[in-house]
Design a binder for this molecule. Structure first.
Ligand code: SF4
Length: 478
């Protein structure tokens, strides 16, 4: 199961859809496999053979969730899939996606990446009017709105329902005979469009297209509804124009470096973050050491720009992630040690620049600094390739409360003391924005600024993220 205590922001979902392929479910399985980093709690696929939509969902990793018999049952030339992450503590299959319903408009399955900021008020109203919810997922609100729509066509009912929700949503839906992709007008979460022969593919990140041999065409545009059917592909723009708010954390951490996100290479952006960080925050040292894997691209950029050699002074065990048997006798910092091991020959007697992409609570960074020192490092200088993280996210990313974010409650000097580092320095917001080419102000950076591009009803703040934390009491943070 996923590491619930990892000291990182967590993305919550990856979505995939394919229309017009004889092995649609198999392609979706592979697409989800490539998107596994976006969610490890549950996985699901829905497929239609033109007559009936079938769905299979289960808790766990994609490779463990589906076998050939399950995939063979998901017949048809159109399929959608979802991987989900949650840290709410309880893992519920009822919250896994795709969610499939049957209503007056026929069967529809939905996959969602993002978070709806007005889901609670809509849900309350729907419940008052008699709706019965099956899950604590915000996504189900869209389906209830869809089912109640009196619109004369599937497209019109989809548009009517998504026009009532606010926040972050990259959606892929499946009916008996079509696939519909929707991206919110702010474009918070990515959604790429591509082709595989005659088939149309949509997915959260282009790395999913690479695996199946599909070609990236363009992004589904913010505010665009794409309807793909036997008649071809139709683009509808039903939303009023809204300011763009691409999640900058996709480039900092979430997305795979081999993906293109918001039209930019994640690897290039991340390496640039390191280069700019080296210019902004230089320090005399002998080696640049990345915290693997998240700090690798930025560390390469930092080393290149500073001329300080890059060395892999920490080795990651890639095979951790499933349950493992812990020893009876306590091993100090076992959680970090089982994942990372220092290379003494690189660190011993050296002044080390330790590069990572972010610090959330600081607990893991502190253990890593200790580990590097214990391996003999003379000095440890922590360099972070984004600004201090001071605010939670309300747009589909699992974040701790503000009070748990170390940079929200501590000065840099206090963080340096806490981490027991010789120095700690972050990339500036201007540096981050210049790396993504944010000339038009098209990125969300609320977790660094506390300024939110889409307002949320005040009482919803207490829920942080409805999709994940409906069953938890979370203190109001704003
Ligand atoms: S608040 Fe941060 S994590 Fe959330 S959408 Fe904005 S940039 Fe991304």
């Amino acid at each position: 199961m996923p590491d619930k205590h990892a000291d990182k922001f967590k993305d919550e979902c990856g979505v995939f859809g394919i229309f017009g392929h004889p092995e649609a479910a198999n392609m979706t399985y592979l697409g989800l496999y490539a998107l596994q980093h976006r969610g490890q709690e549950s996985a699901g696929i829905a497929a239609s053979d033109g007559e009936q939509v079938r769905v299979s969902r289960a808790m766990g990793y994609v490779a463990d969730t589906f076998d050939s018999a399950t995939l063979a049952h998901l017949t048809g030339q159109v399929a959608i899939g979802h991987v989900r992450y949650s840290t709410s503590g309880e893992s519920h299959l009822s919250n896994a996606q795709p969610i499939l319903i049957d209503c007056a408009h026929g069967q529809i399955a939905i996959c969602h990446n993002g978070n709806l900021v007005n889901a609670l008020e809509l849900r309350d109203e729907l419940v008052r009017q008699g709706s019965i919810f099956q899950s604590s997922s915000d996504t189900e609100v869209i389906l209830h709105l869809y089912a109640r729509s009196k619109a004369g066509s599937v497209e019109s009912a989809v548009i009517e329902s998504v026009s009532q929700v606010r926040g972050a949503f990259s959606l892929v839906m499946l009916t008996r005979d079509r696939m519909i992709a929707v991206r919110d007008p702010h474009g918070f979460r990515p959604l790429a469009l591509g082709r595989l022969g005659e088939a149309t593919v949509v997915c959260s990140e282009t790395c999913a297209m690479d695996l199946i041999g599909a070609t990236y065409l363009r992004d589904v545009e913010p505010g665009e509804v794409l309807v793909v059917s036997a008649e071809g592909m139709r683009s509808i723009k039903p939303f009023p124009p809204a300011p763009l708010a691409h999640c900058i954390f996709e480039h900092v951490y979430f997305a795979r470096p081999d993906s293109y996100v918001f039209g930019k290479s994640v690897n290039e952006v991340r390496t640039d973050l390191g280069r700019i960080l080296a210019r902004e925050q230089p320090v005399a040292a002998d080696v640049v050491v990345p915290v693997p894997d998240s700090g690798v691209c930025a560390a390469m950029g930092y080393a290149e720009e500073s001329g300080v050699p890059l060395r892999m002074g920490l080795i990651r065990n890639h095979y951790v992630g499933r349950t493992f048997i812990q020893p009876q006798s306590a091993i100090r910092h076992f959680g970090v040690k089982v994942k990372l091991n220092p290379v003494k020959s690189i660190l011993d007697g050296r002044r080390v620049i330790l590069v990572d992409d972010s610090i959330v609570r600081g607990t893991t960074s502190r253990k890593i600094v200790k580990m590097v020192r214990a391996a003999g490092a003379k000095e440890v200088h922590v360099r972070i390739s984004c600004p201090p993280t001071i605010s939670p996210c309300f747009y589909g990313v699992d974040t701790p409360q503000r009070s748990e974010l170390i940079a929200a409650t501590h000065t840099i000097a206090e963080i340096t003391t806490y981490l027991e580092a010789d120095s700690v320095a972050y990339l500036s917001l201007e540096g981050l924005m210049s790396a993504v080419g944010n000339e038009r102000g098209s990125y969300c950076s609320s977790c660094y600024t506390g300024r939110y591009p889409v307002e949320f009803p005040r009482d919803e703040v207490s829920y942080l993220q409805l999709a994940l934390k409906l069953d938890k009491t979370v203190p109001v943070t704003k």
